[in-house]
Design a protein around this ligand. Structure first.
Ligand SMILES: C[S@@+](CC[C@H](N)C(=O)[O-])C[C@H]1O[C@@H](n2cnc3c(N)ncnc32)[C@H](O)[C@@H]1O
Ligand SMILES: [Zn+2]
Length: 281
């Protein structure tokens, strides 16, 4: 539910940045602002609880993410994220290691892919306009509450199929979801498509093989580490299996294919990475 402290989005302005999933046409707002529609194909995209519904159902890894981030497990696991940030000087300082790569430009148009509950929104300049996309309705609802009066449009949809027109954003940001997107490479290509030539792409996550550092794996007891991650850290069985499956994901190779010459830097005492690239002119 939207509270009175949160701003209700003005969907009538700027609806044309959104793209129809069926024909690629620009969307327009309906007179009652309960949906955006595509004049070319006649498709309607509902707005529910101030969130534009571009895609309601997802599969594979993205479904594992939906089930996890819509569940009570994520707030419990988040303690460990917070603890990692604490060991790196606190959450704001840790996140600044990523956010500092966004252009310092007034009125910046930012696309946040996998925005979650938008915990860092308050740390972004108030005059930036943000479009945030995520697969989790629970996270988007929390994000709306947190956003207060800033210019923010939220979309339920997938990173791999961004429902936005080409080149409309100054920058795209994605923190904390990239490794386990159904198709990280496709998602990165989508971010490049959405950002104008010369614009900036910033992607960050933990290193995919982080669990290699755990102690029991080193002494031949990987099952104990699995139990710790799934049950003690509260990642749950399905997400833990996914983490295990993608341990060898080569983020640098993906980045090099999509954004040749981009920068890859290890952060948070080596447990995280940040990719920074410029969309070719
Ligand atoms: C660890 S949270 C990070 C949220 C936020 N960016 C932050 O740094 O706090 C990961 C988010 O990615 C979202 N997510 C996972 N897969 C996604 C996908 N394929 N497309 C869009 N969002 C996705 C999840 O729902 C979740 O909100
Ligand atoms: Zn259409």
């Amino acid at each position: 539910m939207i509270t009175t402290e949160s701003k209700i989005t003005d969907w009538s302005s700027g609806a044309d940045i959104f793209r129809c999933a069926h024909c690629g046409g620009s969307l327009q707002s309906s007179s009652e602002s309960t949906s955006l529609f595509c004049p070319s194909s006649g498709h309607d995209f509902p707005i529910e609880d101030d969130v534009l519904i571009a895609r309601r159902f997802v599969s594979d890894n993205n479904k594992v993410a939906v089930d996890f981030y819509n569940s009570p497990l994520w707030p419990k696991f988040r303690f460990w994220e917070w603890f990692t940030f604490l060991c790196n000087g606190g959450e704001r300082r840790s996140r600044d290691k990523v956010l500092r790569y966004l252009p310092k430009q007034s009125g910046l148009k930012l696309l946040d892919v996998a925005i979650g509950d938008g915990v860092y929104l308050d740390w972004l300049p108030a005059d930036w306009s943000v479009v945030g996309i995520d697969v989790s309705t629970v996270q988007l609802e929390a994000c709306r509450k947190r956003a207060g009066k800033r210019d923010l449009k939220l979309i339920l949809g997938e990173a791999e199929d961004l429902p936005v027109q080409d080149g409309r954003f100054d920058a795209a940001l994605s923190i904390g979801g990239f490794n386990y997107f159904n198709d990280p490479e496709k998602a990165l290509r989508e971010m490049v498509r959405a950002v104008k030539p010369g614009g900036t792409i910033v992607v960050s996550d933990e290193i995919p093989n982080l669990t290699d550092r755990m102690i029991f794996r080193k002494i031949g007891l990987p099952g104990v580490d699995r139990w710790i991650v799934s049950k003690l850290f509260k990642l749950g069985d399905d997400f833990t299996d996914m983490v295990e499956k993608y341990r060898t994901l080569d983020v640098q190779a993906i980045a090099e294919r999509v954004l040749p010459g981009c920068r890859y830097e290890r952060i948070w005492m080596g447990v995280g990475y940040v990719l920074v690239g410029q969309v070719p002119e």
